[in-house]
Design a protein around this ligand. Structure first.
Ligand code: PLP
Length: 384
């Protein structure tokens, strides 16, 4: 069979054909779910299949989903985890006690919170920096000489864009590793490894799965022989932060439509951003697809296929006004998370009141519903 993962194949082909995953036993065009936790040996004690010994280390459904992600991301190897946070933790567990890490400020608050606790426990110096300002990021690298630099682009929920190539240069200049949380972009819109990131991280719970029914995380690299990657591989196998086969199967199914979903969501989000930016009740719209967004030109280079489905906007009148708008929305579910086929809205100040988030900010995750229906819903909720 022709290899659907060969470099000349486009993302839509790789995804739709699940990088060639089929059911070899039955000929089914969709692979089966392999739930076995252990795998037999023959009378001479040789494994019947040398790739399979025990589920914590080896599972075909997990490998199939990892192959799709590697092909989409331009990675040599991908590792799946049972959540995005488990993937974040796997990276930080490689940092030696007493080292320094540089982390972008005002990123996903759960990441910031976990890293803060972890660093305090392990005696790791945590330096937070506005990484979308490349001069500040470079100066912080020179001043603090970190072991690890962690950025998130586009950032959640501020939608700041960090220059990955510049961050890689700054990190590598002081011998640090660059890790990019690319959750909001998905591998369809941006491939940080191509810009020099050492590891790319995703909450696959979001756009990659896309159906709000799987919790998963991923790490991918072009340097599988690197010491740090080998440490992560060993830690996952022995520490046991592995994805369940059923979840991996669902993820593989979700990813088949990833390019299609992202194309639709990008088109709709752009249209909604343009509608909101002219609305008298809206103070600001944070979306990199808008020409006056400070990261627009960079995002156009780094995310050539679109600006994503995550957008924030600030309602005039503060928290009360924003909560009223959220309460009046009929199509956007009032729920956390992002990247699903259904649109969501969240009043972030309710969730993270001490991170500097504007009180009137609503974050929306735009799904694949009809763009006109979503615009009409926003219009009625804003009272016009
Ligand atoms: N990174 C980003 C940007 C996120 O938005 C999230 C979750 O919202 C995470 C990481 C954590 O992922 P998970 O919820 O799958 O553990």
């Amino acid at each position: 069979m022709a290899d659907p993962t060969s470099p000349e194949r486009q993302a839509a082909t790789i995804a739709a054909q699940a990088a060639g995953a089929m059911d070899a036993q039955t000929g089914g065009v969709v692979p089966g779910v392999h739930r076995a936790t252990t795998f037999a040996r023959d009378a001479d004690y040789a494994p019947l299949n040398p790739d399979n010994i025990y589920l914590r280390s080896h599972n075909e459904n997990v490998r199939q989903a990892e192959r799709v992600l590697s092909a989409l991301e331009g990675a040599a190897e991908t590792l799946l985890f049972p959540s995005g946070m488990a993937a974040v933790a796997a990276v930080f567990r490689t940092v030696p006690n007493g080292a320094t890490v540089l982390v972008q400020r005002q990123i996903y608050w759960g990441t910031t919170q976990w890293i803060g606790h972890f660093c305090a426990r392990r005696g790791i110096e945590l330096v937070e920096v506005e990484a979308s300002d490349k001069a500040k990021l470079k100066a912080a690298c020179v001043d603090h000489r970190p072991t690890l630099v962690w950025v998130e682009t586009p950032s959640n929920p501020w939608l700041r864009i960090t220059d990955i190539a510049a961050a890689a240069e700054a990190a590598h200049g002081v011998g640090a590793l660059l890790v990019v949380d690319s959750t909001a972009a998905t591998p369809v819109l941006s491939q940080p490894l191509r810009f020099g990131a050492d590891i790319v991280m995703h909450s696959a719970t979001k756009g990659i799965n896309g159906h709000s029914d799987v919790l998963a995380g991923a790490l991918a690299t072009r340097k599988p022989d690197a010491e740090v990657w080998q440490a992560i591989v060993l830690d996952r196998n022995t520490g046991g932060a592995v994805l369940d086969p059923q979840a991996a199967w669902l993820l593989l199914r979700g990813m088949r439509t990833l390019p299609l979903r992202m194309a639709q969501t990008c088109r709709t989000t752009q249209a909604l951003a343009e509608f909101l930016v002219d609305h008298p009740r809206v103070e600001a719209v944070l979306y990199p697809g808008l020409p006056d967004h400070p990261g627009h030109a960079l995002a156009a280079r780094q995310m050539p296929n679109g600006f994503g489905g995550l957008m924030s906007f600030v309602v005039r009148g503060g928290a009360q006004a924003a909560l009223q708008v959220a309460g009046r929305l009929e199509l956007f579910h009032r729920a956390t998370s992002l990247g699903g086929v259904e649109s969501l809205v969240e009043h972030r100040h309710t969730i993270e009141p001490h991170t500097g988030i504007p009180e009137g900010l609503l974050r929306v995750s735009v799904g694949i519903e009809d763009a006109g229906d979503l615009r009409d819903d926003l219009a009625q909720a804003l009272g016009q």
